[in-house]
Design a protein around this ligand. Structure first.
Ligand code: ACO
Length: 435
């Protein structure tokens, strides 16, 4: 509801209009300017949507200045410590945490939906062995729309919920299949007796002669715990680039599987979900601790395209709360695996140098969640080109929750931004001028 207003005056015409300031439950007030063009004949120019709220949402709240992240009001620290990923996915989708029975049913439904159609499985055969797993994920998730199109009436809430749960269920299966294809190993079917994270690890790492998880081959529950934590931390992050892409695609009434495939494509970029992979590539490029000062200097040089990957965030201008949680786990996993990977020592040296450097302090560039997540994934044996795929598995819960929220609104206008045109004014073809 509007309490205050914002007065906008066009100094050229002298016309002024008061616009309502909408009150949020937390965070900044937001000016409602949808009539600006009608009233004053102008648009707003905000490349990158730095100051533009594209929707109203009840799902996630971020206070970037104070390093706060809430899912449905619950602090990320509490959820990370006490919940399972599927509980958090339920919370994001439904608005409340599940009771014991609801969680049991939800877990059962997710396990039940983890299997993929045999024809969809064959899609992987069409990819070259060295195809990037994200390329396969985009293609195969988009293809789900071909399998469930007939039962996808987006006006029916029950069908919408089924589609959302189906995507959460199938994503680990498709993700693991992408990896198996790239290393030439046979597809591993999902198992209903395993938890979400255990099942994923089993589908990734089982060998035909030996299950990754069975009575003889014990899986370290600390690995499962670490994966569960990473999935919770990546589950949602309000209107980030990939979620906004899902919303934008969905605003046309597009099929939800296609919308999520669009989100996966947006996630892939190194400025977004591709950052965890980019961090590892950057560390490999830096090579050794002695080179750190040289690369810090390169990152500060505006003439040099090199940036410190895993540092900085559009919203957090303080420490990323997810990075604080994950940093601890990163140490725990590495001591557990007794990994003497020089990359970890290097990562700590980069972190230490950057945190002491005036440039990074002044610009409030802190390590973000992806600075540490890649290191943990590496210690868990996940290959580098699967890192963004891991992010996509977790973020699917956020994407589908935003999609459900959006579809629940009485009207969803098609997202159609305007532009500041700076091209040529109207002109004629030479043939017309010479007539
Ligand atoms: N290394 C060096 N300098 C940086 C970095 C960095 N990682 N990030 C920002 N800066 C500098 C910019 O050069 C700019 O300097 P200037 O003001 O002198 O021109 C200033 O800090 C502000 O940077 P912007 O790019 O304007 O900040 P923005 O909010 O648009 O970008 C972004 C945020 C894209 C995350 C950026 O910090 C970046 O590219 N980081 C590295 C990639 C990365 O880690 N991405 C993951 C994000 S988290 C996620 O998606 C889960």
């Amino acid at each position: 509801m509007a309490n205050n207003t914002l007065l906008i005056k066009h100094t050229g015409t002298g016309k002024q209009v008061e616009y309502p300031l909408l009150k949020s439950t937390l965070g900044a007030e937001t000016v409602e300017i949808r009539n600006l063009y009608k009233d004053l004949g102008c648009f707003t120019h905000d490349p990158g949507f730095v100051a533009t709220a594209s929707c109203t949402s009840k799902i996630t709240y971020i206070d970037g200045d104070n390093g706060i992240l809430l899912y449905r009001g619950y602090p990320i620290e509490q959820l990370a410590e006490h919940c399972e990923f599927t509980e958090v996915a339920y919370l994001l989708m439904h608005g409340e945490l599940p009771n014991e029975r609801e969680l049991q049913d939800f877990n059962l439904e997710i396990s039940d939906r983890a299997i993929i159609h045999e024809s969809l499985r064959k899609f992987f055969d069409g990819f070259h062995y060295d195809a990037h797993p994200m390329a396969m994920l985009v293609g195969v998730v988009g293809s789900l729309s071909a399998f469930y199109h007939s039962e996808m009436n987006i006006k029916d809430p029950a069908q919408r919920l089924r589609a959302a749960t189906r995507m959460i269920g199938k994503m680990p299966t498709i993700a693991a299949a992408s990896y198996r294809h790239s290393v030439g190993r046979p597809f591993v079917y999902p198992r209903m007796d395993l938890s979400y994270c255990e099942n994923f690890l089993n589908m990734m790492f089982s060998r035909s002669s030996q299950n990754y998880i069975d009575q003889d081959h014990y899986i370290d529950q600390d690995f499962v715990k670490a994966l569960n934590l990473l999935f919770i931390l990546h589950a949602d992050h309000e209107q980030n680039a990939s979620t906004s892409t899902v919303r934008l695609a969905a605003s046309t009434g597009a099929n939800p599987y296609a919308c999520v495939a669009a989100g996966i494509a947006a996630l892939w970029g190194p400025a977004h979900g591709g950052a965890n992979e980019a961090v590892l590539n950057m560390l490999a490029e830096i090579g050794s601790v002695e080179n750190v000062p040289k690369y810090i200097a390169k990152a500060k040089d505006h003439e040099d395209p090199f940036r410190l990957m895993g540092f900085g965030h559009r919203v957090y201008k303080n420490f990323d709360p997810r990075a604080t949680i994950i940093r601890k786990t990163c140490h725990e996993v590495l001591s557990k695996t007794q990994t003497n990977d020089p990359l970890f020592e290097l990562a700590l040296a980069v972190e230490e140098h950057a945190l002491k450097d005036e440039y990074f302090i002044e610009k409030k560039l802190y390590p973000n969640v992806d600075f540490y997540s890649g290191i943990i994934y590496k210690a868990l044996g996940i290959p580098v080109d699967m890192f963004t795929v891991m992010f996509a598995i977790a973020r699917t819960s956020g994407w589908v929750s935003h999609w459900l929220e959006m579809m629940d609104e009485p009207t969803t206008p098609i997202s159609r931004p305007r532009q500041l045109y700076v091209g040529p004014t109207q002109r004629d073809l030479a043939i017309i001028k010479n007539l």
